[in-house]
Design a protein around this ligand. Structure first.
Ligand code: PMV
Length: 327
C-alpha cells in the first residue's frame, strides 16, 4: 500500500472590506478585492491521506462521516491539488473544527485553507503560499485569505493565476481585536453563495458596491500599514453597512439582520459616543462583530455584558497563518 500523509492548521478570518459577489463561480473569482483579519482562537486541523487502496474520497468532520453529495467544493480543491502533482488516487480527509459553534463564525475559510494545505503537503512541498491561496480559493473565496496571518489582501484577479491573497502586516504588527456578539447560533438561512449571487444579479446598488469597495482598498492598506485604528474601523464599518444595503436593495429584498443586530449596532454607536472607540462589522448572518484596540477589550466586553449573556460574547485577537505541524 502506498500512502501519503499531510497535515495543516488554518485559522478563520473576518473581512474588514468584504467580498460579496463573483464574476466567475467555477473559479470563485470575486467582483472586488477584499481585506481581512485572521483570528487567533478559531481554526481547523486537517489530515489528508492519499492511498492507492481507496476507491472514493472520504471526509470525516469532527469524527463523523459526511455525505459525499455535500463534498462538491472539497472535491474541487482535491482535484486541483491532484492535477498539479499528477496524482490519481483518492483521499481520506479528517478535519476537526476548533471554531466553537458558540462563536457563530463560519468555518469554511479555515476548513478549505486547511484542506488545501494538508493535501499539498501530502503530495509535495508546501512552501508556495501564494499557490496555496489560489487552491484554497477553489473551495471557498474567503479561504484564500486564511492561508496568511495578520491582515490579508485578496487580489480579485481575472483568472486562476491572478486571484490570490497576500499578507499586508503580520499578527504582531497590528492592534486590532474582535468581540463577536452571538445573536443566533443556527446556520444562516441564506448561505453566502446564494445571497451574493441574488444581490449581484438584482440590486441596482451592486455596481456602486463594487466600485466603492475597490476604491477603499488602497485606503485600508495604508490605514493598516500606519496602524490607524480609527481609519480601519471607519472603513470596515462602512463596508459592512454597504454590503447589507445591497441585500436590502435586491429583488426580492432580504436581510441578514435580526432585531438584536440593530440593537447591537446602536450600542456600538453609543459606546463610541461615550469615548470608547469601537466599530462594528457584520457578515452573512445576524451576529455582530465589534472591533477594538487591546486597551479597550475589557471595557467593551463589560459594556456588552450588561445587554447580552457572557456566553454570547467571544473575544479574538489577530491570528497566524497556516501551519503544517500540530504545535
Ligand atoms: O467565502 P464565502 O463563500 O464563505 O463568503 C464569505 C462572504 C462574507 O463572509 C460575507 C464576506 C467575506 O469577505 O468573508
Amino acid at each position: 500500500m502506498n500512502e501519503k500523509h499531510g497535515f495543516a492548521r488554518a485559522h478563520t478570518n473576518i473581512a474588514l472590506l468584504k467580498y460579496w459577489g463573483k464574476i466567475n463561480s467555477d473559479l470563485i473569482l470575486p467582483a472586488n478585492d477584499s481585506i481581512s483579519l485572521t483570528l487567533d482562537k478559531f481554526y481547523t486541523d486537517t489530515e489528508v491521506t492519499f492511498s492507492d487502496e481507496y476507491t472514493s474520497n472520504l471526509f470525516y468532520l469532527n469524527h463523523q462521516l459526511i455525505d459525499v453529495k455535500k463534498m462538491q467544493r472539497i472535491n474541487r480543491v482535491l482535484e486541483a491539488v491532484k492535477s498539479e502533482f499528477g496524482y490519481q488516487g483518492f483521499a481520506k480527509i479528517e478535519s476537526e473544527n476548533h471554531v466553537p459553534t458558540a462563536a457563530g463564525l463560519a468555518s469554511s475559510a479555515s476548513g478549505m485553507a486547511a484542506l488545501a494545505g494538508a493535501a499539498v503537503s501530502a503530495l509535495g512541498s508546501h512552501t508556495d503560499l501564494t499557490n496555496l491561496s489560489r487552491l484554497a480559493r477553489l473551495g471557498s473565496g474567503s479561504a484564500s485569505r486564511s492561508v496568511f496571518g495578520g491582515i490579508v489582501h485578496w487580489h480579485r484577479g481575472y483568472d486562476h493565476q491572478s486571484s490570490f491573497a497576500e499578507q499586508i502586516v503580520s499578527e504582531d504588527q497590528i492592534d486590532l481585536n474582535m468581540i463577536t456578539i452571538v445573536i443566533d447560533r443556527r446556520q444562516k438561512k441564506v448561505k453566502s453563495t446564494l445571497g451574493m449571487q441574488h444581490t449581484a444579479s438584482t440590486s441596482p446598488f451592486y455596481p456602486a458596491w463594487v466600485e466603492a469597495t475597490n476604491q477603499a482598498i488602497p485606503e485600508m492598506i495604508s490605514a493598516v500599514q500606519n496602524n490607524d485604528f480609527t481609519k480601519i474601523g471607519e472603513l470596515a464599518e462602512h463596508s459592512a453597512a454597504m454590503m447589507h444595503a445591497t441585500t436590502l436593495s435586491s429583488k426580492p429584498a432580504f436581510t441578514y439582520f435580526a432585531p438584536e443586530t440593530i440593537q447591537a449596532i446602536k450600542l456600538v454607536e453609543q459606546l463610541r459616543e461615550s469615548g470608547i472607540e469601537c466599530y462594528y462589522t457584520i457578515d452573512a448572518g445576524p451576529n455582530v462583530k465589534v472591533l477594538c484596540q487591546s486597551k479597550n477589550i475589557t471595557r467593551v466586553k463589560r459594556f456588552f455584558a450588561s445587554y447580552f449573556d457572557q456566553d454570547q460574547l467571544v473575544v479574538a485577537k489577530p491570528g497566524s497563518g497556516i501551519k503544517f505541524t500540530k504545535n
